[in-house]
Design a protein around this ligand. Structure first.
Ligand SMILES: [Zn+2]
Length: 340
């Protein structure tokens, strides 16, 4: 399986949408201990089928929404939160009942059917991040949705676990009928000098991320599919981007609103909810501007808790929907009851 993927990737690097630099970059980033925090032995473990449902559908007012899983990977808290002490992490992990250096981390996408539009928020990892992820298209099928049905793809920010699924293994666009919306500041940052000097990311990995993002923008521009997203303006009926800078400059959370109902999709406001909800000021290694990311996290979590908003997010454990309760040490996630 792994070998097959590697062969596919080498083919992609020659003729794929992202081109050799981007794919090599994304693949190389996966091999760092930073992203997954795992040893080569665990990184090559066999794929296994997702247990139970891979998609969870619900309604926001009259809008049909579904969290669609892309799979999961293990993350190393020490690598993800490099400024924390061993003692701080040990205490937080004990509180969260995740006493492991390979915290299972889910990757979600969000399907929204409103009016005549079929929107997909992020694409997951595609074929480039190994066999434990890249299941979004397979799980969309459980809802009777094919890639050709998708009219709008929103890439919330240009990290590989969000844009990796734009590309098929034969190098073509997976969602070939869709426009691809990315916020204007996100495009401008990665297209430009992509200054990562405030980030905790190491230089080599940062350069890899930047090259992958830049190449993706170039390729999307060439395809004529790229649309600059504008905060607060609907990208589909009832669906809009909300600026949430810090993790990346154009990082966007998504608001879905219909009648009196609302869903706030927090995207990468949380990477490890088990740890960050009680430690909202922890700097995540991939934050482009760690201080701004913390400020944004505090603002959004406070907003969601105060207004009792239904929330979901890219890395909240599937089915990823619930509410946030303010507690003395931060926030607690109150999962929505699974509706059979
Ligand atoms: Zn992410």
């Amino acid at each position: 399986m792994q070998k097959d993927n590697m062969q596919q990737n080498s083919q992609l690097s020659r003729r794929g949408l992202f081109g050799a630099a981007a794919l090599a970059g994304v693949a190389a980033s996966l091999n760092t201990t930073l992203l997954r925090g795992e040893t080569p032995a665990t990184a090559t473990r066999a794929s296994k089928p997702i247990q139970g449902a891979g998609a969870y559908a619900f309604k926001v007012g009259s809008i049909e929404v579904a969290v669609v899983s892309d799979g999961s990977f293990p993350a190393n808290p020490k690598a993800w939160f490099p400024k924390t002490t061993d003692e701080e992490r040990a205490a937080a992990m004990k509180n969260a009942f995740v006493e492991t250096d390979a915290v299972p981390t889910h990757v979600n996408t969000l399907l929204i059917r409103s009016g005549s539009e079929v929107s997909l928020i992020d694409t997951g990892c595609g074929t480039i991040f190994g066999p434990s992820v890249g299941k979004a298209v397979e799980n969309l099928a459980r809802l009777g949705v094919t890639p050709d049905d998708v009219t709008t793809v929103v890439i919330t920010h240009l990290h590989g676990d969000h844009f990796g699924g734009l590309l098929a293994s034969d190098g073509s666009l997976v969602f070939k009928n869709a426009q691809v919306v990315i916020s204007a500041p996100e495009i401008a940052f990665w297209e430009g000098a992509a200054d990562l000097s405030k980030s905790l990311i190491d230089k080599e990995t940062g350069a890899t991320f930047a090259a992958g993002a830049k190449k993706t923008i170039e390729s999307l521009k060439k395809s004529g599919r790229l649309v600059e997203g504008v905060p607060e303006k609907d990208v589909a009926l009832g669906v809009s981007l909300v600026a949430a800078p810090g993790h990346t400059p154009g990082h966007s959370v998504i608001q879905v609103a219909s009648g009196d109902s609302m869903l706030l999709y927090l995207t990468d406001t949380l990477h490890s909810p088990a740890l960050q909800l009680r430690n909202v000021d922890w700097h995540m290694v991939f934050d482009v501007d760690p201080a701004q990311a913390v400020e944004t996290r505090k603002k959004l979590l406070d907003h969601a808790a105060r207004n009792r908003l239904l929330i979901a997010g890219s890395h909240i454990p599937f089915p990823a929907i619930g509410h946030l309760e303010k507690i003395s040490s931060g926030y607690a996630l109150v999962p929505s009851v699974w509706d059979w």
